[in-house]
Design a protein around this ligand. Structure first.
Ligand SMILES: [Zn+2]
Length: 340
């Protein structure tokens, strides 16, 4: 019978007041390091009783806005200016972060397809298990910062999943509005239960994510959305006082939703993707989305792809080289119904 205890150790005392920098030590015995471990940085800032938050980035290693925003938060936030506790995991899948890749080069796994994880599994599975079984149960809410990575570019967005628990959905919607990204979108409950969102749901805590930009880089604009959103989460959940109303402009998000398959355009061919529209475009059902060209067969007619519904382009593929099964676009539509 398998053990269910984690093999990861942590040198932080989560109940102690103050700011602590430490590591999750994930045993990893290799040819080059027989007794070695993977040192995943973790920060805990605590000042007495109060709200308990969990902030994470580097779930995917090639998404940088959240990583930078959380590194700044960890260095600049002092214990004395906040209350409660925040745990920061700025490079959750450290091997993927150090490689600048979506998936870990150690076991080729995607952390966000690895929950609830396995304490005896590969490094990525063990990290997922530690997050779900140790860190999330210590938290009242969780923020997992993503962007489009190398292959996608997003309009800067925060997002939430509907929960079967109506109260949790309502609280997530309040957090989504408070984050204040230009777009705040809502996705249906259910789907792939190997994601962080399902881990948070299983732990019964409020959860918010982001898609801040992407393309394997950051911009001043996408970082501003990340950093101001994180700051507003600290205010929203009661760790810090918001600035006086007269000194701040309330953040406003365009609330949207992303529904089923018809919101997406996929390639069915290998070739060069020529997009017909860019991020933010308003498109209609049947409108041309793009064209796939075949450089090795100049005589061949290009393939034209169409949008399957009306909406706004929230996300597009970045690399021009495209293969069957690659997501080229996805849309959002304005949010109308209240969560139920
Ligand atoms: Zn991601």
């Amino acid at each position: 019978m398998k053990t269910r205890r984690t093999l990861i150790s942590c040198d932080i005392d989560f109940e102690k007041d103050g700011k602590q920098f430490g590591f999750l030590r994930l045993p990893h015995s290799t040819d080059d390091s027989a007794y070695g471990y993977i040192p995943i940085p973790i920060i805990c800032i605590k000042n007495g009783a109060g709200p308990r938050g969990f902030f994470m980035a580097g779930n995917h290693g090639d998404e940088y806005e959240g990583q930078i925003a959380l590194l700044k938060l960890a260095r600049h936030l002092s214990q004395s200016e906040m209350k409660g506790r925040i745990i920061i995991l700025p490079a959750a899948n450290l091997p993927a972060v150090l490689a600048g890749r979506r998936n870990s080069p150690v076991d080729h796994k995607n952390l966000n397809r690895s929950f609830p994880g396995d304490p005896d599994g590969s490094p990525t599975s063990a990290i997922a298990h530690y997050i779900e079984s140790v860190l999330l149960p210590k938290s009242d809410y969780a923020i997992d910062l993503h962007s489009g990575g190398r292959s996608l570019m997003y309009m800067p967005s925060a997002l939430m999943h509907r929960s079967p628990d109506e109260k949790r959905t309502a609280r997530a919607l309040q957090a989504l509005k408070a984050f204040g990204a230009p777009i705040g979108y809502i996705v249906p409950e259910g789907g792939d239960d190997r994601k962080f969102t399902s881990a948070a749901e299983r732990c019964g805590i409020v959860y918010l994510s982001t898609e801040l930009g992407g393309g394997g880089t950051v911009t001043p604009e996408s970082l501003e959305v990340a950093e101001s959103g994180v700051q507003r989460m600290l205010e929203h959940f009661g760790h810090v006082q918001p600035p006086p109303k007269s000194n701040s402009t309330p953040a406003h998000s365009r609330l949207m939703e992303v529904g089923g398959d018809d919101y997406y355009v996929y390639s069915a061919d290998t070739g060069l993707f020529e997009p017909a529209v860019d991020l933010g475009a308003n498109v209609t059902e049947g409108q041309i989305a793009g064209t796939i060209h075949f450089p090795e067969s100049p005589w061949r007619e290009p393939v034209t792809l169409h949008f399957r519904r009306t909406g706004v382009v929230l996300c597009r593929r970045m690399p021009s080289r495209t293969n069957p099964g690659d997501c080229l676009f996805h849309l959002g539509t304005d949010y109308r119904a209240q969560p139920s």
